[in-house]
Design a protein around this ligand. Structure first.
Ligand code: HEM
Length: 436
């Protein structure tokens, strides 16, 4: 197989995902990307960052999630779980990135323009892929349709960034002014703190655009993935055999302390069955359902297909998770057992097969943090509550409506279940879309 540079997003990707900025890890290539990648890895493995992540996870479950769930369960109220989980994971992502927990997961449920902006942006970006370039560029120029929503979303992201930066600067000047530093704050670092203090993790303070783009990228990377995976997880549990939920509950009872619900990372590592159920959720509903890459040189795929230079290669992660040839005849079934080896541990599945975290040089560096966060939230909910999904509401992944009426597939969240069980031929086709 010839040299393949398909880990490079390329200029078209950057143009379509412009809202996330040219100067962050998501949209950069080559040397610039290598530098951002090095920073991300150094930060995620830093002890003080990991302490911040663990402390934040505990705080969000104790001070925000449990009070809200107590309230709704006492009142026997129906509520939007996805909404709640997105807020919790957003608070988490914001705290580890900027040191600021906006407390959007609270009884008050304040408006979150950032989340709305992201939703609108994703809709508009999808539209940019589905419709001819000239059409969306015209809309952009005229400031109408989805492009208008996108530019409003852009303003919300920038406002949010300004808020985080002012908060951080104020905090830092308070610390300098009082000289009596708060022990807790002194012992943790977040990305913005590293940038502003010129910490060895990030090096000399970069310009504001680099900070903005990477802070937004990290918030998106952590929030947009974990919140939605947890929503699918609870939905799959309620739709499938109640024995799976019972098994998870039993595992939690056996391995986690009773009160208070304070888990260590070691406790979490004992939750093998829960881990397996989360992997199974990610296989069936990967929160990043496709990847687009640009080929720098003419290349040959393992299937024998030749792809010409500068070809867009669209890889459907969603389809790979549902192929019989990859996962077997039972590929549509929700079976945590497929992830557990004979000695009761999680099986190693190569990333080329389990693609939810990507594979190769751009593989997700936040996988462990993501699993820990999801395990804490899932364990807290399952141990204390029973989640019942309301009947008669269709649920379908937003960007994957098989019939692909663009308006509906992006606007409508609750619909009949059509489109999820697509046949394999269609999957194979979706798996590789080549355009010259
Ligand atoms: C369910 C959890 C998660 C899933 C399924 C997931 C999946 C992915 C995928 C598929 C990519 C590749 C995107 C691309 O190249 O287009 C990615 C990249 C990335 N993820 Fe995650 N992610 C998760 C959680 C997290 C968390 C919690 C963090 C941070 C704390 C994180 C940080 C990142 C970063 C920084 C990148 C960019 C890496 C690069 O371009 O080199 N992720 N993730």
């Amino acid at each position: 197989m010839a040299h393949c540079s398909s880990n490079i997003p390329g200029p078209e990707w950057r143009e379509k995902f412009d809202i996330f900025g040219d100067d962050g890890i998501f949209n950069s290539d080559f040397e610039a990307w290598k530098l951002h990648r090095k920073v991300a890895r150094a930060l995620f493995s830093h002890q003080k960052f990991q302490q911040l992540a663990t402390k934040t996870m505990q705080e969000i479950t104790q001070k925000s999630l449990i009070p809200v769930l107590e309230h709704v369960s006492e009142q026997n109220k129906e509520f939007d779980l996805k909404h709640l989980l997105n807020r919790g994971t957003f608070d988490f992502a914001c705290a580890i990135t900027t040191g600021y927990n906006p407390n959007f997961l609270s009884m008050e449920q304040p408006e979150v323009p950032f989340l709305k902006a992201i939703d609108n942006a994703c809709e508009a970006i999808f539209f940019r892929y589905v419709f001819p370039e000239r059409l969306w560029k015209l809309q952009k120029w005229m400031g109408i349709g989805k492009e208008r929503k996108l530019s409003n979303g852009w303003r919300s992201l920038d406002c949010f960034w300004e808020e985080c930066l002012s908060y951080k600067r104020e905090k830092r000047s308070e610390v300098v002014a009082t000289t009596s530093k708060n022990e807790d704050e002194e012992s943790f670092i977040d990305l913005l703190e590293c940038y502003l203090s010129g910490n060895e993790v990030t090096g000399a303070t970069p310009n504001e655009k680099v900070m903005r783009d990477n802070v937004i990228a990290l918030i998106l990377a952590a929030e947009g993935t974990t919140g939605i995976t947890l929503s699918w997880f609870f939905w799959l549990l309620s739709k499938n055999n109640p024995l799976i939920e019972a098994k998870i509950r039993e595992e939690i009872t056996e391995n986690l302390p009773i009160q208070p619900m304070k888990f260590t990372l070691e406790d979490l590592s004992k939750l093998v069955y829960l881990h397996a159920a989360l992997c199974e959720t990610l296989r069936l509903f990967p929160p990043i359902p496709f990847q687009l890459r640009k080929n720098e040189e003419t290349d040959t795929l393992p299937s024998g297909h030749e792809i010409k230079m500068n070809t867009d290669v669209l890889i459907s992660i969603y389809a790979i998770g549902r192929m019989r040839s990859v996962w077997g005849e039972d590929c549509y079934e929700f079976k945590p057992e497929r992830w557990i080896s004979e000695d009761g541990q999680i099986k190693h599945v190569p990333p080329q097969k389990f693609f939810a975290f990507n594979a190769g040089p751009r593989i997700c560096p936040g996988r462990e943090i993501g699993f820990n966060l999801m395990k804490i939230i899932a364990a807290t909910v399952i141990k204390n509550y029973e989640v019942q999904i309301l009947e008669n509401q269709g649920v379908i992944p937003k960007v994957l409506d098989a019939n692909c009426e663009a308006e509906n597939s992006v606007h409508v969240e609750h619909r009949t279940h059509r489109g999820i069980k697509m046949d394999e031929a269609r999957m194979e086709l979706q798996n590789l879309v080549l355009s010259g």
